[in-house]
Design a protein around this ligand. Structure first.
Ligand SMILES: *Cc1c(COP(=O)(O)O)cnc(C)c1O
Length: 370
């Protein structure tokens, strides 16, 4: 190979992230006018009207740099979470915070990061790109979390342990008591990262989130995002509550201005719009129950979910998931096949509006029964 093209060996090993298909791609490919996208767990209600107004009002400021470290948003989040502001880290999506955690905490060539399999792809991407060993523990048959095996996989060089609860793509959710017990049993150096991207949608978020317990925990990080319940996926805004000593270091190592000025204003507006937030939770919880019922009626095996999506397996004797996925696409419905998560016989569907859910169920019925 030409010496000019020599790069870090880690960089050579990656395949590009394969996102869900976009509405525009499907529209062109199949010549369809109406497309329903239930593939990326986005907010079924779209953008809050209060956020939209904030974006319009502040658009003229887009030529300015944001305030470095977005202190106003961090203070607002500290208030929202009930924690000291030193413990709040915000980023360009929680993706950036995951990346920061690995870069700040894990020593390349020496440390390891531990997670379940399957898991959110960012944990592996960031670890491997940092030259950090990535270890995975398979989920149990019923998709519950085998915490004993997770602990057995850790050693004195484990820097971070990631869990997602509610889990993506399975929907499985641990209780906060189980997570606290896990945190207490990890090796001394290890930090437990609890990715709560979907915890808003749980029936009893207080029983599920680690937030009420963070004050007593020195080795736990909680991640939240504005991409799901707050409807800001396209603006890229995530937040973490981390131990105080770690927060200072993470903010110091962060690329300046990674949270853009409109994301700051949108985040503040989103936190203030409790009506939109509560309506989102209502629509998702109601839609989740209706979708689960409808999928079961079609003969699908539906995994219980506390998130804004459902994972399911098609009935015995139906077309393969890949084929059913293509059949749905050709009829203008985009869901997420789970082959890339190592589950070729399952699919994930995001909870949409009532109308979207009904169209999805009707279309799946056509695909399955002709
Ligand atoms: C959607 C999702 C996120 C959110 O990521 P952002 O970068 O904040 O958009 C985080 N973790 C998991 C597991 C997710 O599914």
């Amino acid at each position: 190979m030409n010496a000019l093209y020599e790069v870090r060996p880690e960089a050579r090993e990656f395949d590009a992230y394969v996102p869900g298909l976009s509405i525009e791609e499907i529209r062109q490919k199949y010549g369809l006018a109406n497309i329903i996208k239930l593939a990326s767990n986005e907010n079924p209600l779209g953008v809050s009207p209060i956020v939209e107004k904030a974006l319009r009002d502040h658009a003229p400021e887009a030529f300015r740099y944001p305030r470095c470290g977005n202190p106003e948003l961090n203070a607002r989040l500290a208030d929202h979470f009930g924690v000291p502001v030193e413990r709040v880290v915000t980023g360009n999506g929680s993706d950036e915070i995951i990346d920061l955690l690995v870069r700040v905490k894990a020593r390349p060539g020496q440390d390891n990061v531990v997670a379940f399999k399957p898991c959110f792809s960012m944990y592996e991407l960031c670890s491997r790109m940092c030259g950090v060993e990535f270890r995975q523990v398979p989920l149990a048959e019923d998709f519950s979390f085998p915490f004993d095996e997770l602990i057995d996989t850790c050693d004195e060089n484990t820097a971070l342990v990631f869990i997602t609860s509610p889990d993506n793509p399975t929907g499985y959710t641990a209780t906060s008591a189980e997570i606290l017990d896990l945190a207490a049993r990890l090796p001394e150096r290890a930090i437990l990262v609890v990715d709560e991207a979907y915890v808003d949608f749980a029936d009893e978020p207080e029983q599920r989130s680690v937030l009420p317990h963070l004050a007593e925990l020195e080795n736990v990080v909680m991640l939240r995002t504005f991409s799901k319940a707050y409807g800001l996926a396209g603006l890229r805004l995530g937040a973490g509550v981390v131990p105080g000593w770690l927060g200072e270091m993470m903010r110091a190592c962060q690329i300046p201005f990674s949270v853009n000025i409109l994301a700051v204003y949108a985040g503040l507006a989103a936190l203030s719009d409790r009506v939109f937030y509560q309506e989102t939770l209502r629509v998702v919880r109601e839609g989740r129950a209706n979708l689960a019922k409808g999928l079961a009626a079609l003969g699908c095996e539906v995994s219980p979910s506390q998130a804004n999506f459902l994972m399911f397996r098609l009935p015995e004797g139906s077309p393969e998931a890949r084929q059913a996925f293509e059949g749905l696409l050709a009829r203008g419905v985009i869901v997420r096949p789970l082959a890339s998560y190592g589950m070729p016989d399952r699919m994930r569907v995001s909870v949409g509006t009532r109308r979207e859910n009904d169209i999805f169920l009707k279309t799946l019925g056509e695909v399955l029964h002709g």
